[in-house]
Write a protein that binds this ligand. Structure first.
Ligand code: AMP
Ligand code: MG
Length: 336
């Protein structure tokens, strides 16, 4: 099946709930990115997620619930800090890592004794989770290594024929994955920056949290297992360019002098600033960039280009998550 057959796999909430209860895997929209769900208490159902995505078995899945009352079947302890974060940010883009409950399938957490859990805010996701009334393991609904899906079309492009179907809820509102915070540590550690900012978290708990900074070096011994894998990468190699517009054009021109075909990823405001072969733009403010980033990264694959150069952004607020994803997508290649 190709991406043009999205509607053939389009499920209602009722159909998706039925399939999940029969231990099938289905994709559904969340406010962050599309998730690929399976019942988190079934080893066999969860195994289908790993197979469909080609996901390494040592990379744990996030468990989604529709209601805080389900928490007691997912985690075995809830420290006070975690409670405050849930009150402030659920439903929403914050995944909280806590000691896991014994009823979860072992493969959900890749054998760890902790589990990442969240309540998403997307109405279709909430409706589905409430209907199934079981914890649902759901990583992003992409083939491992590719940019996460922010539309049902992206999901179909990656997974058509490999999953039972997709609930189409339009474009994901945030466009970047949830923030993952480890509340088994004190102070808590942000393992992955995302839709909820460090600043917002610190304002709620009234103290500093640690931001685990991924780098090429820490990738081999990560705190969050998923951090060690290549992510979000377009087919052509990408580098982040730090510097002014004159330097950016100079980098493009050097590549062109090597007769390379150059793609660039820039803000909307810089759409006409540079002379390159393929220009893909993605909004001006951090919210707009986050929403469009993965679609932009995927869009390069339709073009015959040798290299991609990308602008660099301020690492505050949502910018932290944007730069985290760009660094991973570029394999930490930065030109300054
Ligand atoms: P994805 O589901 O594709 O958005 O990826 C989930 C991310 O959360 C990965 O980076 C995982 O390594 C991380 N994660 C999930 N569960 C845990 C956990 N129990 N401890 C640490 N990191 C986790
Ligand atoms: Mg993912």
């Amino acid at each position: 099946m190709s991406g043009s057959n999205v509607l053939e796999t389009n499920l209602t909430i009722e159909q998706a709930a039925d399939l999940l209860r029969k231990n099938e895997v289905v994709a559904f929209p969340t406010e962050t990115v599309y998730g690929l769900g399976a019942v988190a208490t079934s080893d066999a159902a969860v195994a289908k997620i790993f197979t469909a995505k080609g996901r390494p078995g040592d990379n744990p899945l996030i468990v989604h619930i529709g209601n805080v009352s389900q928490l007691e079947s997912v985690v075995s302890a809830i420290p006070d800090t975690a409670k405050r974060l849930m009150d402030a940010f659920w439903p929403g883009a914050l995944t909280i890592v806590l000691p896991k409950h014994a009823s979860l399938a072992d493969n959900v957490t890749a054998g760890l004794d902790t589990v990442g859990v969240r309540i998403p805010s997307h109405p279709a996701a909430l409706a589905l989770l409430k209907k199934v009334n079981l914890p649902i393991a759901a990583p992003s609904a992409n083939v491992s290594g590719k940019p996460s899906p922010t539309t049902a079309r992206h999901v179909a492009d990656d997974l058509s024929g490999k999953i039972a179907g997709i609930v189409d809820g339009g474009e994901a509102h945030i466009g970047l994955e949830s923030t993952v915070i480890d509340c088994t540590a004190d102070p808590p550690v942000i393992l992955r920056p995302g839709g909820v900012t460090k600043e917002a978290i610190e304002a709620v708990i009234g103290r500093k949290v640690i931001l685990h900074e991924p780098s090429k070096d820490t990738e081999s011994t990560p705190k969050s297992p998923g951090m060690k894998y290549t992510h979000y990468a377009p087919k052509a190699p990408m580098s982040i360019v730090k510097g002014d517009s004159v330097f950016f054009q100079h980098v493009i021109d050097e590549a062109k002098s090597r007769t390379e075909s150059v793609g660039i990823l820039v803000t909307e405001a810089h759409k006409s600033t540079y002379n390159a072969d393929v220009v893909i733009s993605m909004g001006n403010d951090a919210e707009a960039i986050a929403k469009r980033l993965y679609d932009a990264l995927r869009a390069f694959d339709a073009h015959d280009i040798d290299v991609i150069y990308c602008e660099s952004f301020n690492e505050t607020g949502l910018g932290t998550a944007i730069m985290n994803r760009l660094l991973k997508a570029s394999g930490y290649r930065v030109i300054e």
